[in-house]
Design a protein around this ligand. Sequence first.
Ligand code: SAH
Ligand code: SF4
Length: 371
Amino acid sequence: MTDTAKVNLLGLSPEKLIEFFESIGEKKFRATQVMKWIHQKGAESFEEMTDVSKKLRAKLETICEIRAPEIVSQNISTDGTRKWIIRTEGGQNNCVEAVLIPDGDRATLCVSSQVGCSLDCSFCSTGKQGFNRNLTAAEIIGQVWIAIKSFGPMDPSGPRRVTNVVMMGMGEPLMNFEPVVDAMTLMMHDNAYGLSKRRVTLSTSGVVPRIYDLVKRTDVSLAVSLHAPNNALRNELVPINKKYPIEQLLEACQHYLDNLSDKRHITIEYTMMAGVNDQEVHARELSTLLQDLECKINLIPFNPFPNSGYDKPSNNQTRRFQKILADDGYTVTVRTTRGDDIDAACGQLVGDFMDKTRRSQKYIELRQVSE
Ligand code: SAH
Ligand code: SF4
């Protein structure tokens, strides 16, 4: 049997891991033991699993494996931000990125779900790359596993290295539904990473039917990439809006909140592009649009990339926009760019990694912008 034919246990949801153990004639509790070894102690081989009998370890060795995606590079920024470029299986253009952003006693990991993206939002470098492939559940949870292991041997009784996860890296998570749900289930499971449901966030550009599916399967927090206060503008920026317009999207958001067992809010993401969607009239329209939804607004100044055709708004413009919404009673945060020296800012792409010259040029441009 070749390695590729082995079952990779890293990506199996708790339920699927139990099913797998039962399918090979083993007891349920073995699945729990193995799950803890993999996700809490970072085991890479069955040999390490000392409370599992030698006989079972040998059996597991022959039919399964624990295989994390390959790390192409790891960068640590002067501000503590860590960024990984990770190679997924198959294809040529097959790298994604994961970024860990420490902030006081929090550390937020930004996780990718697809190589490229089919939804082609006009301001997104991942979208420009087109769709390449979906990540497997192992490749998604593998990003969490890699991030925690980068601090040394995993220790479930030690400090948490990752406190929050946001599915805001490359790809549209709701277009890769099952693997994303499986990976997020592991993130929150007590025998795996044990993160609170409030600290695992899925960001979507608005794949409306999948929002209804999502709340049947999980109760993570939801962020929605709105970026425009009306359909005419949103159709231009986020093409999936032509299929699922704003009214349908907000209805789905309300349904999501109504079906959670606790009181939560939707995070509305709004990437601001100078002269496009950052005017006071947009802020006022947005304020009216969101008046009935329990939400917080996160403004993201556009992150420039070559030939994007967009600019980021001035700080003054961003503040004006923020103030209009805040005066109407909204909680509005502005995302600050972190890890600039390693291109870890949101919307920076792995595609450039393939083209060293262009990448270093962008690095220079970015430094000039930020200095
Ligand atoms: N596909 C999902 C999640 C990944 S994108 C989504 O669209 O929500 C994560 C966030 O970054 C989204 O809100 C997206 O609109 C935003 N984004 C993408 N490119 C950007 C850029 N160049 N500058 C600023 N924000 C960007
Ligand atoms: Fe895809 Fe999100 Fe980029 Fe749109 S913003 S192209 S949905 S990754």
